[in-house]
Design a protein around this ligand. Structure first.
Ligand SMILES: Nc1ncnc2c1ncn2[C@@H]1O[C@H](COP(=O)(O)OP(=O)(O)OP(=O)(O)O)[C@@H](O)[C@H]1O
Ligand SMILES: [Mg+2]
Length: 121
């Protein structure tokens, strides 16, 4: 029941970030996995890039907020929009794990069954 184009945009943002925010010179590795539990689909995007400092973990989801690096041009909107799209589907987008220099894991969750409340939102 999800909007395939919009969910594709979320994955596009996450994968592009994983490919862009690498340590200098290192070829990026990005792994995407999908799983379900009883009520949720979980999609993880794991990279081995530059990582995100602890005090930026929530800030990266704010509009126009970017890290301090020269890695890639950008507007700082990708994660903000992606989280809004996840929420519009009754889901969540969060930074599950990140360590400076040791990569990041973002996790998208989507409800397998859309409740009345969600579908009206
Ligand atoms: N996988 C990642 N590894 C390290 N830092 C990341 C990662 N993803 C996002 N960031 C940091 O979070 C910031 C915000 O990311 P976001 O995708 O919202 O915007 P952006 O990539 O800067 O621009 P765009 O709007 O083009 O996506 C980035 O500038 C970067 O500093
Ligand atoms: Mg981005």
């Amino acid at each position: 029941m999800g909007d395939a184009n919009q969910l594709g945009r979320v994955l596009d943002n996450l994968i592009n970030n994983g490919l862009a925010y690498t340590e200098d010179g290192a070829p990026p590795r990005v792994r995407v996995s999908a799983a379900t539990d009883s009520s949720l689909a979980l999609v993880r995007v794991v990279d081995d890039g530059m990582g995100i400092a602890a005090d930026m973990r929530e800030a990266v989801f704010e509009p126009f907020r970017r890290g301090e690096h020269d890695n890639a041009p950008g507007s700082g909107l990708g994660l903000y929009i992606s989280r809004e799209l996840a929420r519009a589907h009754g889901g969540t987008l969060s930074l599950e794990r990140s360590e400076p220099g040791a990569g990041s894991t973002f996790v998208l969750t989507l409800p397998l069954r859309v409740t009345e409340t969600t579908s009206r939102a």
